[in-house]
Write a protein that binds this ligand. Structure first.
Ligand code: UDX
Length: 444
C-alpha cells in the first residue's frame, strides 16, 4: 500500500513539501497549530506569494473541485499520529531574540506533541534547519520503535515548487544501527526525483545537519566576497560586474551568486550563518567559523553604503525634506517576504534620517507595511517616483527592468537612479536622460 505522509508545520517549507508529496502520488495530511492557516490551506490558498504553489495545492486539496483529494490539513496531533507512516517536521527555527543561536522551541514542541501519538514502526523525518547535534538529541524523544532521519531542505523562495519537485540533491542523515530500514523507506518516498536523476546522499545525522548550514554559509560567502570586491572596485575605479563575469568563466568559481549589490537578507542566510557560529562556539570550534563574522559584517555594511550613496546623490548633506523613491521592499524578487530585507532596511534608515521615502514593490507591500507602517507607499512604480529627488532600485524584480526610463524621467524631480542590485540596463537609463549609478561600478 502507498505510504501515508504527514507534514508538520505549513510555512514555506511545509506547505510546499505537502503539496509536492501529494503531486508525487502520496496521501498527505498537513498539520499546523494555527487554525487560520489550516483553514486557508484547506481552501487551497497560501498565506504567502510563491509562484505555482496555489495551483499545486488546488490540484490536490480535498474538497476542491477537480482535485485529486490526496491532500488535507488538520490541527489534530492524534489524527496525524494515527495517519502517518512517515512524518516530516517542517517547523521554522528563527534566530533567538537578542542572541545568535537558533530558537529550537518550535521543533521541540513539535517532537513533544508527536512523540505520544506516533505509531510504532513509523518514521519521523526532520527537515527544519537545526544546530548540529539536534537530531541525535531528538531521536531520544521519540518512543522505542520509531526511527528518525534528518533530511535538510534546500528550496529557494520564488522557486520553492520546482526545487521541491526536482531537487538538485537529496541529503538524508540516518541512524547507523537500523539495518538500512530508514534509507529504504526514504528511497520509496523520493522515488520520483531519484528516478529523474536527483543524487541521493546518505550519511549520518551530524553530517546531514551540517550540509545545510555549510551550503548556506558558502552561498553567503560568495555574495559577500563579490561585495568586498565591489568595495575595492569603488576605491580603485574598477567595474565589479565585469570582474564577476570574468572570474565566473573559471568553472571552478562559476558565475552564479556573484551579483554585487546591497547584499543578502531573508529568513535563511543571515540567521543560518549566525546560528552556525553560535553552535561552533558551543562545540569549541569557534575559530573555524570566525570568517563568517566578516561575511556578516561585509553584508550589513552594504546597506549603510547604499544609504551613503543616496546621501551623496542628494548633495552630501541631510535627507531632511528630500524625496526618495524606493523600488523594491522584499529581500529578493518573486517573493513577498520582507524578513531582514536589505531593501526595506535601506528605506527605513533613510526615513529615520528625515527623508520622505516612498516605496513600491510588486508583491511585498502588505508585509512591508506591517514591518514599517511609517514609510510612504505607492501603488505603482510610477507613483512612487513622482517628484523624487533620487530613485533607489533595491530589489531586482523583472517589472523594474521593464520600466520605461523616459516615462519615469518625466515624473521625477531629478533623474538620478541608484542601482542597488546591478540589474538595470544602465545604458538605457542614461540614454533616457538619467544619471545612473551602481554599486562597485564606474560613474559613467
Ligand atoms: C537560501 C538558499 O539559497 C536555499 O538553498 C536555502 O534553502 C534557503 O536559503 P533564499 O533565502 O530563498 O534561499 O534566497 P537566495 O536565493 O539564496 O538569496 C538570498 C539573498 O541573497 C537575497 O537577498 C538575494 O537578493 C541575495 N543575493 C543572491 C545577492 O545579493 N547576490 C547574488 O548573487 C545572489
Amino acid at each position: 500500500m502507498a505510504l501515508k505522509i504527514t507534514v508538520i508545520g505549513t510555512g514555506y517549507l511545509g506547505a510546499t513539501h505537502a503539496a509536492a508529496m501529494a503531486e508525487m502520488g502520496f496521501e498527505v495530511l498537513g498539520l499546523d497549530v494555527v487554525p487560520e492557516k489550516v483553514e486557508l490551506l484547506s481552501s487551497g490558498r497560501v498565506p504567502m506569494y510563491e509562484p505555482g504553489l496555489e495551483e499545486l495545492l488546488a490540484k490536490h486539496v480535498a474538497g476542491i473541485e477537480g482535485s485529486t483529494g490526496r491532500l488535507r490539513f488538520t490541527t489534530s496531533w492524534e489524527e496525524v499520529g494515527a495517519f502517518g507512516d512517515v512524518h516530516f517536521v517542517c517547523v521554522n527555527t528563527p534566530q533567538k531574540h537578542g542572541e545568535y543561536g537558533c530558537d529550537m522551541s518550535y521543533v521541540d514542541a513539535a517532537f513533544a506533541s508527536l512523540a505520544p501519538v506516533v505509531r510504532a514502526g513509523s518514521l519521523v523525518v526532520g527537515k527544519s534547519t537545526v544546530p548540529v547535534g539536534s537530531a541525535e538529541r531528538l531521536a531520544g524523544v521519540l518512543p522505542e520503535g520509531v526511527d528518525l532521519a534528518w533530511n535538510p531542505e534546500f528550496l529557494r523562495e520564488g522557486f520553492a515548487v520546482q526545487d521541491t519537485l526536482h531537487p538538485d540533491r537529496i541529503v538524508v542523515g540516518v541512524p547507523g544501527d537500523d539495518g538500512g530500514r530508514t534509507e529504504k523507506l526514504l528511497r520509496e518516498v523520493y522515488a520520483a526525483p531519484i528516478g529523474e536523476g536527483s543524487p541521493l546522499v546518505v550519511t549520518d545525522y551530524p553530517t546531514a545537519e551540517l550540509v545545510k548550514t555549510a551550503a548556506n554559509s558558502f552561498l553567503a560567502t560568495k555574495i559577500s566576497f563579490i561585495n568586498a570586491m565591489a568595495e575595492v572596485c569603488e576605491a580603485a575605479g574598477g567595474d565589479v560586474v565585469r570582474l564577476a563575469e570574468a572570474i565566473g568563466h573559471d568553472e571552478r568559481i562559476g558565475n552564479k551568486f556573484l551579483r554585487a549589490g546591497i547584499g543578502f537578507g531573508g529568513g535563511c542566510l543571515p540567521k543560518d550563518i549566525r546560528a552556525f557560529m553560535a553552535r561552533a562556539g558551543e562545540l569549541g570550534a569557534d575559530q573555524a567559523l570566525t570568517f563568517l563574522r566578516e561575511i556578516d559584517s561585509i553584508n550589513m555594511r552594504r546597506r549603510g553604503q547604499m544609504v551613503e550613496m543616496a546621501r551623496e546623490a542628494l548633495g552630501g548633506n541631510s535627507f531632511l525634506g528630500r524625496r526618495v523613491a524606493v523600488l523594491g521592499a522584499t529581500f529578493k524578487p518573486d517573493s513577498d517576504d520582507v524578513r531582514d530585507s536589505p531593501a526595506l532596511n535601506v528605506a527605513g534608515q533613510i526615513h529615520l534620517q528625515g527623508g520622505q521615502v516612498t516605496v513600491y514593490d510588486p508583491k511585498g507591500m502588505e508585509n512591508a507595511r506591517k514591518v514599517f507602517p511609517t514609510l510612504g507607499y505607492a501603488d505603482t512604480a510610477l507613483e512612487a517616483v513622482r517628484g523624487a529627488d533620487v530613485v533607489l532600485h533595491l530589489t531586482e524584480w523583472r517589472e523594474f527592468r521593464e520600466l520605461d526610463p523616459a516615462e519615469l524621467a518625466a515624473a521625477v524631480s531629478s533623474p538620478v537612479v541608484l542601482d542597488g542590485r546591478n540589474a538595470l540596463d544602465g545604458e538605457r537609463w542614461r540614454a533616457a536622460g538619467w544619471t545612473y549609478r551602481a554599486m562597485g561600478r564606474p560613474r559613467a
